[in-house]
Design a protein around this ligand. Sequence first.
Ligand code: ATP
Ligand code: MG
Length: 441
Amino acid sequence: MDAIAKLVSGEGSNEISSFQKCKHLLSQKARFRVREKTRAEKIKATRLSQCYNKELIGQGTFGQVYKADCKDPETGDVRKVALKKLKMENPDYGFPVTALREITLLKKLRDINIVILEDVYPSRESVKNGGKGSFYLQFEYVKHDLQGLLEKNVKFTLPHIKSIMKGVLKGVSYLHNSKVIHRDIKGANILINEHGIIKIADFGLARVIFPENELNYTTKVVTLWYRAPEILLGYSNYDYKVDVWSIGCFFYELFTGDVLFKGSNDQDQLERILEICGTPDPKIFKGFSKINEHYQKKFLENPKKGRLREHLVSKNCEFLDLDCIEFLCKLLTLEPEKRLSAYGAYDDDYFRHPPRACPPGEIPLLDKDTHEYETKQEKKKLIREKERLEKPIDKISDATNRYATQGKRNNRDSFNHYQKRRDNRDSETYQMRHKRAKHTE
Ligand SMILES: Nc1ncnc2c1ncn2[C@@H]1O[C@H](COP(=O)(O)OP(=O)(O)OP(=O)(O)O)[C@@H](O)[C@H]1O
Ligand SMILES: [Mg+2]
């Protein structure tokens, strides 16, 4: 470095030799850096090639999630991992900001109820990937997500539900305590492992907040059905309580298997909430003066009392007893100031009343891995199958009608040919078809 300093200041008689020394030093350093870089890339590439048996388990906005077997290069042990492959749609836009958030936040957060981010590495450019490289986030693998389990109609009793709720509230309290809001709490982002331990995942929309400073946050967050009313009303200085609203909506789903506010767009979602929860009280809701002016006027001119309690009672659901309804009403309060905090909910008397939450290990879970993506795919397949089974019957009736009206024998042959072409039909459809054919003969 002395040589560089001398060179910069231009002092010393043996400048040439210093300059050469310095050049030599720098080129050595650069070569070392390149060597280090390729070594690091090799290690990362090895890490990725250590993962095999990749199976798609999630397809989100920000990329695909795979389940894979990962071999420890040192011990040779094989374990399951989840690999989130990032969508790098346009490399000119740089590294996706959502992934950057997810990585920086998850590196800091360490709790039993938060999914562990184990590693991040690039993948090589591949033809399969349109000639582009990509990035993988490697997570601990968690066997189920709650949306997948709900869609599989897994039957939970009250102690099971309470145990799940406690896990979710504990995880989210930890986040809030660390000044992080999740902003996308929903069943598909709440994972549960084979021991019944809850793991909050998907930190693509999460961020650190500073409640003491009046900052504006984007209102383009949270999946519509779980979005808090203050966000829908355009209030951008929201806080941790937006997560509590989402938790309330999800808990209702745990009890009933149904979505509480199933809006089709922002406006419809808000109308549905206001219809049942009434209008916010301007004396309680601090952000009232900052919400959409149209709504401010409407609420002042025509204040409405909420009827959430009555609405929930009318559902007549087995586990939605008065105790539970009281608790849900405290989570689904319109004014964020009056809404319970995540820790307040975790510590609520509701969990001290019998029946108590069971230990996580007693929550009944399926042997088969269950994720929202697979269950959705299975459902879609069933619908397609149903449509396929219904379709031939129409076509058959068309064919038989043609045969009956025209009275031509050769039409029957074409009908038989049509029958043969449809290879995988069940016997019931076959019988129906034969019956119809006979009937028209
Ligand atoms: N660590 C994990 N172990 C097992 N499954 C996981 C894991 N992480 C995510 N998944 C599955 O993959 C799905 C999508 O993951 P994630 O929510 O992180 O991706 P995303 O791109 O943000 O998706 P979306 O846009 O749908 O929220 C999850 O709903 C879950 O079923
Ligand atoms: Mg998600």
